[in-house]
Write a protein that binds this ligand. Structure first.
Ligand SMILES: [Zn+2]
Ligand SMILES: [Zn+2]
Length: 350
């Protein structure tokens, strides 16, 4: 029942502050809530503001599902299950379903946390892959093998890279849907466009994902921001951008020289400062959230990465929220949040 789904979701938010965050996010959907008929958002909204009447739960849910319009967005939902060289995987979608972006986190954790957020894996349509490094594809075959309705959306070159360089069953090809950069495709009611990124896997891409009039852009694992990546990233409403390393920490850290050179290189990873300057110089009023992703465990800390981004944005005269949704943070120009490296993030509803 939807009531249980919302309760499970509220259970996932761990502190009073996070709980307030969740409820405020729901309240922000007020306008959309009024426009909708009996969509799920109405339920969530009522729950959040304490006006819930559980007695007509089932009848409302039925009418909602009978409306049968998957394109009617009830709020974009995003959660990250882990971000960094140990494993990357996130979910983007809404109550009607969604997709996983990358498959580098233990699926049992992914299923557990999706379920805790009221999202059944049977509603997840597939996995889109950014590139064929193990921290992004490690569990792709296991996930589709365990969920045969799902498909893997990736370029033929990326599939070839997975098969050549990883110990992975060729049966994974049975689940592939070929996509191509710069050619949009629709999945779970969202419009995806893959764009080239500068990295050292066999094939590398970010995604621009349009849903409900907003634009979620995934830009991870990139040594530099190329013009095509810039084109998409600069239009984001919600930007997930790599903020991999602090230059000083990398230079003075324990990595061997060849590895330092690889990370710094044009096909390596993105410097905190480069990410921060990019966002500050491309800020526009439609940019609501910046999610820092793929932070290095050796050459970065969340505080250092967030500090660089905040400083750059504030240097442009912008006010920066800390993503906590404390009352004092509500009216800031943009929210900045670092995705946890090993844990599930907050549950975001835009
Ligand atoms: Zn990676
Ligand atoms: Zn990579």
């Amino acid at each position: 029942m939807l009531k249980n789904a919302i309760e499970r979701r509220l259970q996932l938010v761990r502190t009073p502050c996070e709980r307030e965050h969740f409820i405020k996010k729901m309240s922000k959907n007020n306008d959309r809530f009024r426009r909708q008929r009996l969509g799920d958002n109405r339920w969530i909204q009522k729950y959040a503001i304490g006006e819930l009447n559980f007695e007509d739960d089932d009848s409302q849910q039925e009418q909602s599902s009978n409306s049968g319009n998957d394109q009617e967005w009830s709020g974009l939902q995003f959660v990250s299950f882990g971000s960094g060289s140990s494993g990357n995987c996130s979910f983007l979608g809404n109550e009607n379903g969604g997709v996983l972006i990358d498959a580098g986190v233990d699926p049992s954790h992914v299923y557990r946390d999706l379920e805790a957020n009221g999202i059944r894996i049977s509603r997840v349509k597939g996995i889109v892959l950014t590139h064929d490094h193990a921290d992004h594809i490690r569990y792709a075959y296991r996930i589709v093998r365990e969920n045969k309705h799902m498909r893997i959306y990736c370029t033929p070159r990326l599939m070839g890279g997975m098969l050549r360089h990883h110990n992975i069953s060729r049966r994974i090809k049975d689940y592939q849907v070929s996509i191509f950069k710069e050619i949009p495709f629709f999945l779970a009611g969202m419009k995806f466009t893959a764009f080239e990124t500068s990295h050292d896997a066999i094939d590398n891409m970010g995604f621009s994902i349009e849903a409900g009039g907003k634009n979620f852009v995934v830009a991870t694992d990139m040594g530099v921001i190329t013009p095509r990546a810039e084109h998409y990233m600069s239009q984001a409403s919600y930007l997930m951008i790599e903020s991999n390393y602090d230059r000083n920490m990398l230079d003075t850290g324990r990595y061997p020289e060849y590895l330092k050179a690889r990370v710094r290189g044009e096909k390596g990873h993105l410097d905190n400062e480069v990410a921060a300057q990019f966002v500050a110089s491309h800020y526009h009023q439609g940019l609501d959230w910046v999610f820092l992703c793929h932070l290095s465990d050796d050459n970065n800390t969340p505080a250092v990465a967030l500090g660089a981004m905040r400083q750059a944005l504030q240097g442009r005269g912008l006010t920066v929220g800390d993503g906590s949704n404390a009352p004092s943070e509500q009216d800031k120009d943009v929210q900045v949040y670092a995705l946890p490296r090993f844990d599930t993030s907050l549950w975001f509803v835009f």
